[in-house]
Design a binder for this molecule. Structure first.
Ligand code: ADE
Ligand code: ZN
Length: 323
């Protein structure tokens, strides 16, 4: 039986380090002489049972030890793009975490040049257009974020935006006001994770203090009717990641996800995979799961896919070509 072609979509919330599949982690560990505290890929995969965001982040950062050379970053990104293409992704805006690499002695140029080698060939090889988004780790000091921004200035033609990720609670957006102001002055677009584990005040700050154009996650906006009004009125896109929310136990089951309610009140939602190697599904799997378990209808799936292109950083011509 032939399967219908997957819905064309853009992926706007994807951490490239979160696409490191256990098999690739072991291959890179062998090549780079890095010891992993697991005997096999299967054993590693069985460690993917998380209690919350922090328990995931601990493993996520530890496994990055295998990423050392430009070739490693290139192979990581190429493997993601091949998989994304199979699942209908036509455009990907990809986060990377430079501080997680520079802290281990890997230079930012190694990361950006390696990723760029895969991204530059992606349209031709996989039919996927791409952009890079440099993320700051919000649980690191603001001085480190500022240094990271300055060290990335020679690569300004390689990324289009800045983002904010890692442990949210206790690390509000306002901590990064100066960094975002400088990024904006450099001509960079702005996004930030907010309202994943943090309460609605984290989303207000991302909007009002950092001036972001999109909110990554934004799940907890539903607790604040005034905030929902603001997001609807301003058509601020939310890059939702339902499989991530279940795996990190922000919600109990997919059936509890507020996506149907969010669509019903007019929020501009998009569907994304976040860290697909860890959370059990890529972009197409995410669309399939919300259809199967949340009763999202085909027309709404098409709306979610349309939103993903509208909310992207592509200009109008590029966007039409990508669809
Ligand atoms: N880094 C990678 N995945 C993340 C997530 N879901 N939230 C915050 N930081 C992250
Ligand atoms: Zn994320």
């Amino acid at each position: 039986m032939s399967h219908p072609a997957p819905l064309p979509k853009a992926e706007l919330h994807l951490h490239i380090e979160g696409t490191l599949e256990p098999e690739l982690a072991f291959a890179l560990a062998a090549r780079n002489g890095v010891e992993l505290p697991y005997a096999t890929a299967e054993e590693l995969r069985s460690a993917y049972a998380f209690d919350d965001l922090q328990s995931f982040l601990d493993l996520y950062y530890a496994l990055m030890a295998v990423l050392r050379t430009e070739q490693d970053f290139e192979e990581l990104a190429d493997a993601y793009l091949a998989r994304a293409a199979e699942q209908g992704v036509r455009h990907a805006e990809i986060f990377f975490d430079p501080q997680a690499h520079t802290a281990r002695g890997v230079e930012i140029g190694t990361v950006i040049d390696g990723l760029s080698r895969a991204l530059d060939r992606s349209q031709e090889r996989h039919g996927v257009s791409t952009r890079l988004i440099l993320c700051f780790l919000r649980d690191q000091p603001v001085e480190s974020a500022m240094e990271t921004l300055h060290s990335a200035v020679p690569y300004l033609d390689k990324f289009v935006a800045v983002g904010l990720d890692s442990a949210e609670v206790g690390n509000p957006a306002s901590k990064f006001a100066d960094v975002y102001e400088e990024a904006s002055a450099l001509g960079l677009r702005r996004v930030a994770h907010a309202g994943e584990e943090g309460d609605p005040s984290y989303i207000w700050e991302a909007l009002d203090v950092l001036g972001v154009e999109r909110i990554d996650h934004g799940l907890r906006c539903v607790e604040d009717p005034e905030l929902v009004k603001r997001l609807v009125f301003s058509r601020i896109p939310l890059t939702l990641c339902p499989l991530s929310n279940v795996r990190l136990r922000t919600i109990d089951t997919l059936a509890d996800h507020p996506l149907p309610k969010m669509l019903a009140v007019g929020l501009m939602c998009t569907l994304n995979s976040d860290d697909p190697a860890y959370f059990g599904g890529y972009a197409g799997d995410t669309f399939d799961a919300v259809r199967a378990e949340l009763g999202i209808k085909d027309e709404q799936l098409r709306e979610l896919a349309r939103n993903s292109f509208l909310a992207s950083f592509l200009d109008d011509d590029e966007e039409l070509r990508a669809r």
